[in-house]
Design a protein around this ligand. Structure first.
Ligand code: OSB
Ligand code: MG
Length: 375
């Protein structure tokens, strides 16, 4: 199906979180989210979301670098000529622009939704998803005290979450993990995410986490450093999962070959979009490395893309796909994303496109900047 994108609209919103979210590299209270609206020559519209944060803590990209990359280099490539298929977007971007994967993803993913809308099919089916429901895990930010974390972990388990992940940092790790484990009992799947806060010399300290029976330790070291992750993995019983390090299919392949990761977190918005995300999924599947879908505190628009991706077959571990109400007083889509009592999210396979409707009035109310890019 030929896509002819005639208009790209960037609309930045400010969306306050219900509670501040603290990770090793900083705290977020209000999300600045760059939304992207694509319009096809036949009038079909698809909304997407850029996952970049306000500051370059998680990745080098930010809301403002993405806005610049989209405006200056990527939108002109998309608007320039008809596209044979959404699969043609990523090669066109990659041939002309190095890096800027979050900016690329912000345009590439809604191109898939646009194609799905035009075929009156769901995004999940269009990208090859097979699952109708996905197990949900929660990511708990760093709390003030181990007791506070234990309370949150127990409440999350009672709500049905299949896996509880806790953020850790030097000085907020062993006591916190011990408290969470004590509150959950030995059987509940518990993991930790360091967001690259440790150094290779912390190996012995990190090895003491083995005592808590964690399903994984996510991104302990510097993202570029695959070799030291492999050395660390040899000293740990707990599987290492990489998030920030996995930027492309080749990086995933390298990480697996080196022994740097036994589990991979795929965020389509981090790796350049669905083409790269599916290729990483396939590389991992070929090596029997399980994958799961991470989150970036997305609004209900970004969440739709993650849910669709997580319905692919090798997404065998619970995803960070919490319901809208966990993050926001009110989401910008309808219906809002929910989690059923069995701790699953329904993949909207029977609805066209992303499966939720964007609340345009609410988006306009929250908008802090808007620009249109036309051919
Ligand atoms: O490392 O997975 C991460 C949020 C912002 C930046 C990085 C991460 C996260 C999360 C939140 O863990 C996951 C979610 O969206 O609930
Ligand atoms: Mg992570």
């Amino acid at each position: 199906m030929t896509l002819t994108v005639t208009r790209v609209t960037l609309q930045e919103i400010a969306l306050p979180l219900r509670e501040p979210f603290r990770i090793s590299s900083g705290v977020v209270q209000e999300r600045r989210i760059l939304l992207v609206r694509l319009e096809d020559a036949d009038g079909t519209v698809a909304w997407g979301e850029c996952v970049a944060g306000e500051a370059p803590h998680y990745s080098p990209e930010t809301v403002d670098t993405c806005r610049h990359a989209i405006r200056a280099w990527l939108a002109p490539l998309m608007l320039g000529a008809p596209l044979a298929d959404p699969a043609a977007v990523a090669p066109r971007f990659d041939a002309a622009v190095r890096g800027h994967r979050m900016a690329k993803a912000a345009l590439e993913m809604p191109a898939w939704a646009l194609a799905a809308e035009r075929l009156h099919t769901s995004l999940a089916i269009r990208i090859g998803g097979t699952r109708a429901r996905i197990d949900v895990g929660i990511s708990l930010g760093i709390q003030a005290t181990p007791d506070a974390l234990a309370g949150k972990a127990a409440a999350a388990r009672a709500a049905g979450y299949h896996r509880i992940k806790v953020k850790i940092a030097p000085g907020a790790d062993l006591d916190f993990v011990a408290a969470a484990r004590a509150a959950l009992g030995p059987k509940v799947a518990l993991s930790v995410d360091a967001n690259a806060a440790y150094e290779p010399r912390d190996a012995e300290h990190l090895a003491s986490l083995d005592a808590y029976g964690l399903v994984m330790i996510e991104q302990p070291l510097e993202p570029e450093d695959l070799r030291r992750h492999a050395e660390l993995q040899r000293r740990l019983a707990t599987p290492i999962c990489l998030d920030e390090s996995i930027t492309s299919p080749a990086r995933a392949d390298d990480a697996i070959a080196l022994g740097s990761a036994r589990i991979v977190n795929i965020k389509p918005g981090r790796v350049g979009g669905f083409t790269a995300a599916r290729a990483i999924h396939d590389v991992c599947a070929a090596h029997d490395v399980p994958v799961w879908c991470g989150g970036m505190l997305e609004s209900g628009i970004g969440r739709a893309y993650n849910v669709a991706l997580a319905s692919l077959p090798n997404f065998s571990l619970p995803g960070d796909l919490s319901p809208s109400a966990r993050y926001w007083e009110r989401d910008i889509v309808q219906p809002e994303w929910t989690m059923d009592g069995d701790g699953t999210v329904l993949v909207p396979r029977n609805r066209p496109g992303i499966g939720v409707t964007v609340d345009l009035g609410r988006v306009d109310d929250l908008t802090v900047a808007r620009e249109e890019i036309v051919a």
